[in-house]
Write a protein that binds this ligand. Structure first.
Ligand SMILES: [Zn+2]
Ligand SMILES: [Zn+2]
Length: 90
């Protein structure tokens, strides 16, 4: 990790490539974000192929792209979101 990372951020540059960060104050510039996302996607695919959950260290123990714990979390989050929306619509 380069020592000038903080300096780059302070100057409004992307800490990853050193170019002007067009997404500041977000951490990465848009081009680094794209490659970062692609890397994460590949990583997640590799995990799923190996039978491991892409969101946590657990193995996938249900029929789906993630483990039962993460599935439960997603369901609860969706439920909360739906309830919040209902409240707003009133
Ligand atoms: Zn960058
Ligand atoms: Zn999981």
């Amino acid at each position: 990790m380069p020592a000038n990372r903080k300096e780059r951020i302070a100057k409004g540059l992307c800490p990853n490539c050193g170019e002007v960060n067009d997404r500041a104050p977000k951490y990465l510039c848009s081009s680094c974000l794209v490659s970062e996302n692609q890397r994460k996607l590949i990583w997640a695919k590799e995990r799923v192929k190996a039978g491991l959950c892409p969101y946590c260290p657990r193995p996938i123990d249900i029929d789906g792209p993630y483990c039962s714990v993460c599935k439960e979390k997603r369901i609860q989050r969706n439920r909360r979101r739906r309830q919040a929306r209902k409240k707003m619509e009133g």
